[in-house]
Write a protein that binds this ligand. Sequence first.
Ligand SMILES: Cc1ncc(COP(=O)(O)O)c(C=O)c1O
Length: 420
Amino acid sequence: MVGSVTTATDSNHRAREDAAARDVASPLGDRRDRFLLPERVIYLDGNSLGALPRAVPDRLAQAVTEEWGAGLISSWNSADWINLARRVAQKVGPIIGVPGSDVHVGDSTSVTLFKTMVAACRLRPGRTVVAIEPSTFPTNGYVASAVARLLGCELRWCDPADPTAALDEDVAVLALTHVDFRTGAMFDMGAVTGAAHDAGALMLWDLCHSAGAVPVELAEHGVDFAVGCSYKYLNGGPGSPAFVYVAPEHQTDLDQPITGWMGHAHPFDMDRDYAPAAGVGRMASGTHPVLALSALDAALDVFDGVDHHALRTASLSLTDYFIELVDARLGGQLEVVTPREHARRGSQVSLRHDQAYGVVQALIDRGVVGDFRTPDLARFGFAPMYVRHVDVYDAVEQLVEVMELEEYGRASYAVRNAVT
Ligand SMILES: Cc1ncc(COP(=O)(O)O)c(C=O)c1O
């Protein structure tokens, strides 16, 4: 009889083997090998800062030592720094479903949002409303509010459950974040863009939490503008520059507000008067960040040959598995706030708990890195390129122990705020 008793350890072992088998079958194969990940860390925060691609350190060393150190200023030509932003844009384009020639890369997301929102509003003279959702990332609201003040427009907060209800003949631009940074909820890009167009408005999407993890088909959906950062799922490194897409039909009349020399048609003519460059190049303002772009250039090669639908399949498999394990083992204690419907889910899962800050800190102490979003969310990102099902399994094991041992009581957000 003893031989037929199944222990918890046996079934845990089998469950972990099942998880490992899912990894072997992953449509992304061995992409994880292209990253340098610390041992004994389960990294579930790639939705905040992506992991380091293996090719980046050498590329950066080359940019610093050979190109800057030895080549000095001649590297603008000999290392083709002058076209670096354009070359990087060529790699970003396919990831968001558009030609790279319609993409510009260079400033921070916030600055890019500002330039794009102003330019978009100027394409709809006579319309006086900029509409955004109140649940958006704070910078988007701050920027939209500044744009509205600058242009004498109204800032309209729309209902995230139905943002299209805010559309009328006054709305110049509807600016939404494709995947919500708190909950991981995803808008239906095609339906919302279509509704904005039906109302005569232009559509601007923030892709910070989707580019590189969720298939994005901007051209297919007729999107007007999109902006996104490159340091999350695109793994460009801390503070790496943002990208902007401008639909071809808007490029000729595009009037962005920071008309610097690098967006000039002939920057080295040093003309007194501004004449915009042709195409999306006019979104440039100043000199592009060569070192950051060099890192991003190397990082984006990780996407070479990756089928976007395979990426999505892998991402959904990871988030489904995490939700399934949390439901089964912690259902009464942690609320899954991320939508369960695939069509409405990005590549993260957020769990609600009134001591979410302590939960996240206790997990970090155990080597499982997620993050906390005020007031009560523990957020876990599943970057499909390098997160495995065994990581999901092990992370939930740690989470179960944290909850059983009530380790979350040790760290409080209020205390953290008081001491920092
Ligand atoms: C959705 C979203 N938009 C904008 C930003 C701001 O980006 P940046 O700091 O590059 O300006 C972030 C940052 O995390 C974000 O998550």
